[in-house]
Design a protein around this ligand. Structure first.
Ligand SMILES: C[S@@+](CC[C@H](N)C(=O)[O-])C[C@H]1O[C@@H](n2cnc3c(N)ncnc32)[C@H](O)[C@@H]1O
Length: 239
């Protein structure tokens, strides 16, 4: 997969060198193609921002360098990171992971001149708050996409139970030591009965969702088995 990253802050790509993302780049599962908007500035000082028409505080990124940067990526699916965009979800990440070429356009200052709109395929926001640039949202998106690419994670099943991969949060996880500060690992996880472990994990996922994100359960149809697990979780929780 090729991800073109159009940004006025190319140093951000350094943060892609670590963890699963760094390995995926090394193994050429994903290529991050960095495009510095400033390379397309007509000005000697490489500035890409100017004052805002109508007056007021803050600078705006001029459209021409952005347009030229976009042209170097075509054909591609052009995504602008912007607070006005559709809020990012795991479903959207899964959908984008199936593309072979996407372009992430990062704004800064007050944003990019509105006339660039006609060259954008979609807008994505990472939440209802404002960051100073689109680079951190773009990194979040790159990371979320890359871990879904075939072979990016050593265990291909690792993300199947991740929160939001289905309509539930993840189940609880435990590692050594078995007893830690008076807290024990649940007995069922130590006994090697995979059917019971699966049932425990399903119960834990349903329970975690009920406790932390009950909104995800609205309209969800539980099987008889899941209902029984849920009742068991509630009972354990109330004891
Ligand atoms: C300071 S923000 C501009 C905010 C803009 N004036 C507004 O109020 O919507 C600069 C850039 O950061 C990025 N950005 C900020 N918050 C974001 C968010 N929640 N999701 C995605 N991108 C964001 C966008 O690329 C934006 O152009």
């Amino acid at each position: 997969m090729i991800i073109n990253l159009i940004t006025p802050l190319p140093e951000i790509v350094e943060l892609c060198r670590f963890g699963i993302l760094g390995k995926a780049i090394e193994q050429e599962k994903v290529k991050i193609n960095m495009i510095n908007i400033r390379d397309f500035s007509a000005r000697k000082d490489r500035r890409i921002d100017d004052t805002t028409y109508g007056g007021g505080a803050g600078m705006v990124i001029t459209p021409e360098p952005v347009y030229q940067a976009i042209q170097t990526c075509q054909p591609s699916h052009i995504i602008q990171l912007d607070p006005k965009g559709t809020q990012l979800t795991q479903n959207k990440v899964q959908q984008l992971a199936s593309f072979t070429n996407i372009t992430l356009l990062c704004g800064r200052y007050e944003g990019i001149d509105h006339r660039i709109d006609s060259y954008i395929d979609e807008y994505i926001s990472i939440g209802d708050y404002v960051l100073s640039g689109g680079d951190i949202p773009a990194l979040a998106l790159i990371d979320a996409i890359t871990r879904l690419l075939p072979g990016a994670m050593s265990n291909p099943d690792s993300h199947l139970n991740d929160s939001f991969s289905s309509d539930l949060l993840d189940h609880n996880h435990y590692t050594r030591p078995q007893a830690w500060r008076n807290q024990m690992v649940p007995e069922v996880l130590l006994q090697g009965n995979h059917k019971e472990i699966d049932a425990y994990r399903r119960m834990s996922a349903i329970g975690n969702t009920w406790l932390n994100r009950p909104d995800l359960l609205i309209g969800k149809k539980f099987s008889q088995n899941e209902l029984a697990l849920f009742m068991k979780f509630v009972q354990n929780h109330n004891e």
